[in-house]
Write a protein that binds this ligand. Structure first.
Ligand code: ZN
Ligand code: FE
Length: 257
């Protein structure tokens, strides 16, 4: 089993330290910066045994060089020309076993970037999805197409509802504001906003979230829902119905929100 330790970095990133319980070994997901990881390793008395990367952006990869300077550890990640530090490239359907007993399934989730992958541990009910799915939102579509990114999100949405969503940024309050603009009458969403505001006011983290809550409140996962489709069509009146078309409208709307 994993003990998952959040390591805040930059202004709103979470680097995730995965402590393999019963050992002093840890893996890190998306080390955008080396210093806070070194500090967390020291603080918890852990040794870094490997690195897992979701996509090529600097705030997810910037610490890899330093962390591997004096360590010979595996660096897992997408098979991407944009990340030269990957030693063990992964693709859709691959299984990744760390520490002998924790198993991740790998999903390709293009859209935010074309090389984006996500890691799901069924035993730990944990999903590491980088900048694809956020709490109450999703990543900007820098490289992909709407059809592609909506399919990626749908893939993640089909995981068990109790899955904890370890995304890479604390964007939740801003995402929730947009979600409320899309679904002003969603009561579960109102309750989530109240709860998230309280958490942030007391200095807490809103991540991880739970996938079931995302399904009920995250507009980007609710592109099949009549109220969301209606909102999209009010925003851009061109009668869209297909989930990926609804997604495209929502993503454009959010980009300028
Ligand atoms: Zn990114
Ligand atoms: Fe990022």
């Amino acid at each position: 089993m994993l003990k998952i330790i959040p390591v805040p970095a930059f202004t709103d990133n979470y680097l995730w330290l995965l402590h393999l319980e019963g050992s002093n070994q840890a893996y890190v997901v998306d080390p955008g910066d080396a210093a806070p990881i070194e500090e967390a390793l020291k603080q918890h008395g852990l040794e870094l045994a490997g690195i897992m990367v979701t996509h090529h952006h600097g705030d997810h990869t910037g610490g890899i060089k330093k962390l591997t300077e004096n360590r010979s550890i595996p660096v897992y990640g997408p098979d991407s020309p944009n990340i030269s530090t990957i030693t063990l490239p992964l693709k859709e359907g691959d299984s990744l076993s760390i520490g002998g007993n924790t198993e991740f399934k790998v999903f390709e989730v293009p859209g935010h970037t074309l090389d984006h992958i996500a890691y799901h541990s069924p035993a730990d009910a944990a999903l590491f999805c980088g900048d694809t799915l956020f709490a109450a939102g999703c990543g900007r579509m820098f490289e992909g197409e709407p059809r592609q990114m909506q399919a990626s999100l749908a893939k993640l949405a089909s995981l068990p509802k109790e899955t904890e969503v370890y995304c890479a940024h604390e964007y939740t309050l801003a995402n929730l504001k947009f979600a409320q603009a899309v679904e002003p009458d969603n009561e579960t969403l109102q309750a989530r906003v109240k709860q998230a505001e309280q958490v942030r006011a007391s200095g807490g983290f809103t991540v991880p979230s739970v996938l079931g809550m995302e399904l009920d409140t995250n507009p980007f996962l609710r592109v099949h829902t009549p109220s969301v489709i209606e909102s999209a069509n009010r925003q851009e009146p061109n009668e869209v119905n297909e989930p990926w078309q609804v997604f495209a409208v929502l993503r454009r709307w959010k980009d300028n929100f």
